[in-house]
Design a protein around this ligand. Structure first.
Ligand SMILES: NC(=O)c1ccc[n+]([C@@H]2O[C@H](COP(=O)([O-])OP(=O)(O)OC[C@H]3O[C@@H](n4cnc5c(N)ncnc54)[C@H](OP(=O)(O)O)[C@@H]3O)[C@@H](O)[C@H]2O)c1
Length: 295
């Protein structure tokens, strides 16, 4: 019985594929369009739009699936602000489609959500803290959570996460750690916000938690992030320190100066005790992962 992965061309999806391949476990990798991950064997890949009833039905009819891990989403928060219709189509209706199929085929559903469901006024957050999303992306993810939380079918887990980083193949977008590492290496000057606090998450750690969730048919909401919360400015300074790049190139600025379309929560961060206890979650420190990125 396989695990069905959605969004396998994305950063998290690629890490899940790599770990399942490594463990010799069966899976079906799916994403929008063609397979862009050269490490994912073509015979294990099917194009599948999560918003399409027929796409999902075909994949489930053709494969013996026991669980779905949904990493697919419209993830660019500023683009979501400009295209609410598409954002809700993928992030809400797509999840509704998967949830319906999970309940019909009796599949476990692991759905990945975000710290942005919180307003950032009272971080770090526990799983049952009150949600108050500030942007269209964040509301779409809150609403996607509600589909699972309010539905009758209960065989699901929601894994919320924060700034996911790592290296991938042909990604449609970079992530702050890779981007800062490359920019500092090239000697570029960077202006970085010092009033947004996050607990950045190593994509491989999150992938392992998703697989664990599917394998043990975990139930409920879990917070999955890196072990430390700090400002984005401190994050970039620590990257500079680690690789020996010039930290004076990094200038702290306030979020107001950036004029970003989507409003961001000031301070998130998670209490990850539940994931440590129930999923055996053991996140790497930032510096441990920077060492791995070096290779
Ligand atoms: N990245 C972060 O910092 C972060 C933070 C908090 C939460 N999350 C959540 O974590 C999850 C994974 O994030 P990620 O960084 O791996 O995202 P990502 O790299 O942007 O990948 C998302 C993937 O979803 C696919 N996709 C988009 N629309 C689809 C559709 N209609 N049907 C099927 N696939 C579709 C995309 O395919 P194409 O590439 O082919 O378009 C893309 O490969 C998402 O749920 C996201 O909301 C991420």
């Amino acid at each position: 019985m396989s695990i069905l992965i959605t969004g396998s061309n994305g950063l998290l999806g690629q890490k899940i594929v790599a770990q399942l391949l490594n463990a010799g476990k069966p899976f079906v990798a799916t994403s929008l369009g063609e397979n862009r991950n050269p490490d994912c064997p073509e015979e294990m890949y099917r194009p599948m739009d999560i918003t399409s009833y027929y796409d999902v039905q075909d994949v489930l009819d053709e494969n013996k699936v026991k669980a779905i891990i949904n990493t697919a989403a419209m993830t660019n928060v500023d683009e979501c602000e400009e295209d609410e219709e598409n954002c809700r189509m993928i992030n809400v209706e797509g999840v509704e489609n998967l949830y319906e199929f999970a309940s019909i085929f009796d599949l476990h559903l692991t759905h990945v959500s975000t710290d942005f469901v919180f307003d950032g006024e009272n971080g770090p957050y526990k799983e049952d803290d009150k949600r108050n999303p500030l942007s269209i992306y964040a509301k779409s993810k809150r609403d996607s959570e509600n589909i699972l939380m309010r539905g009758e079918y209960r065989d699901w887990a929601i894994l919320r996460t924060i700034i996911v980083y790592g290296q991938g193949n042909n990604l449609s977008r970079s992530n702050i750690v890779l981007w800062a590492k490359e920019a500092l290496k090239e000697g570029k000057e960077l202006t970085i916000v010092n009033d947004q606090f996050r607990a950045p998450t190593w994509a491989d750690d999150l992938a392992a938690a998703c697989i664990k969730s599917a394998q043990m048919r975990a139930n409920g909401v879990f917070h999955i992030s890196g072990p430390e919360t700090f400002s984005v400015y401190e994050l970039v300074c620590r990257i500079a320190d680690f690789y020996g790049y010039d930290k004076s190139l990094v200038t702290p600025v306030s979020s107001e100066t950036l004029n970003q379309k989507a409003k961001r929560p000031p301070k998130t961060g998670f209490d990850i005790t539940k994931a440590r206890n129930l999923l055996g979650y053991k996140p790497h420190s930032l510096e441990e992962t920077l060492k791995l990125l070096e290779n």
